[in-house]
Ligand binder design. Structure first.
Ligand code: HEM
Ligand SMILES: N[C@@H](CC(=O)c1ccccc1NC=O)C(=O)O
Length: 283
């Protein structure tokens, strides 16, 4: 019956609007729903394992979109075209909001619920999320040791190594400041990008100038604030993860081999854009 009323490969005139229906393309085909909805492979038979898998999958999808936006925004910064980058960075912040809210759903799982299936997870852990590591590297938290977790997967290993060895968003922001005439030390503009970034007073002084004279450097000021938004939300995600982990497994060791909560607490000290934070005390 549907064939009689649904147009196929033809152009339908609906109150002056031309709507093109592509033959053979359905909602489910376009979205790859058969694959997507067949990927919740629970192993334990425990009720809450479905929640656990879905939260991770949703988070990985949002990470995928964040990486897509950040990469495009980075290219715009390299090209000195900041306005499109602002739109993408604003979108990343909204995505981060979704990622943070996901903890509220997961927190409905009690320690007892989780203990019912934790053993079936083996040594797998969020520690092995290569999209998460890509985000950390893209934003500027470089750590070469983190690539080793992906030795078994050559494609992922190569891709992460490439991101590790490329300038991060912050490196590119500093190169932009230098192009605009700010005195950025030469060793910040060309360095071994795989090394963690080390803060520098001259960089803080450059950002201080941008903040003090926002009217002169409006787009740089906006870039600084957009980056602070992204780091602020990233920290909120890390904190909520740490607190959710504490309420679900307490101080047990992690399946990934770390000490657990105390490892996640240490990660809270890491900064992507250190001078954008220290400048707040300085100005
Ligand atoms: C019951 C829920 C969860 C527990 C108990 C938990 C526990 C942990 C622990 C203990 C670690 C440290 C590494 C290890 O030794 O395993 C870790 C790392 C990690 N988890 Fe979770 N986690 C949970 C949910 C999630 C969710 C929903 C995500 C979202 C994708 C996630 C992403 C990560 C990431 C990316 C890391 C690596 C962090 C880093 O290296 O800085 N976790 N998790
Ligand atoms: N590290 C967690 C296990 C865990 O959370 C996990 C296991 C498999 C896939 C994703 C996970 N999520 C985050 O670490 C634990 O120690 O219980």
């Amino acid at each position: 019956m549907a064939e009689n009323i649904l147009p196929t490969a033809q152009t339908v005139d609906l109150s002056n609007e031309k709507i093109h229906w592509q033959q053979d393309l359905s909602y489910g085909d376009y979205l790859g729903l058969d694959q997507l909805l067949a990927a919740q492979n629970t192993r334990s038979g425990q009720h809450d394992e479905m929640l656990f898998i879905v939260i991770h999958q949703v988070s990985e999808l949002w990470m995928k979109l964040s990486i897509h936006e950040l990469r495009a925004a980075l290219a715009q910064v390299q090209a000195d075209d900041l306005r499109p980058a602002f739109k993408m960075l604003a979108r990343v912040s909204r995505i981060q909001h979704q990622l943070i809210q996901a903890w509220e759903v997961l927190a409905t799982m009690t320690p007892f619920d989780y203990a019912q299936f934790r053993d079936t997870l083996g040594q797998s852990s969020g520690f092995q999320s290569y999209q998460y590591r890509t985000l950390e590297f893209l934003l500027g938290n470089k750590n070469a040791r983190m690539v080793e977790a992906h030795r078994q997967n050559p494609a992922v290993h190569a891709e992460l190594t490439a991101v590790l060895n490329s300038p991060s968003f912050y490196d590119e922001a500093l190169r932009l400041l230098a192009r605009r005439g700010f005195q950025i030390p030469a060793e910040k503009l060309n360095r071994d990008w795989s090394e963690p970034y080390v803060a520098d007073p001259a960089v803080e002084a450059a950002w201080a100038e941008v903040y003090r004279h926002a009217e002169k450097y409006w787009d740089l000021y906006e870039l600084a604030e957009k980056l602070v938004d992204v780091e602020y939300h990233f920290q909120q995600w890390r904190f909520s993860h740490m607190k959710t982990v504490e309420r679900i497994i307490g101080y047990k060791r992690g399946t990934g081999g770390t000490a657990g909560v105390s490892y996640l607490v240490k990660a809270l000290d890491l900064r992507f854009f250190p001078e954008l934070w220290s400048v707040r005390t300085a100005v």
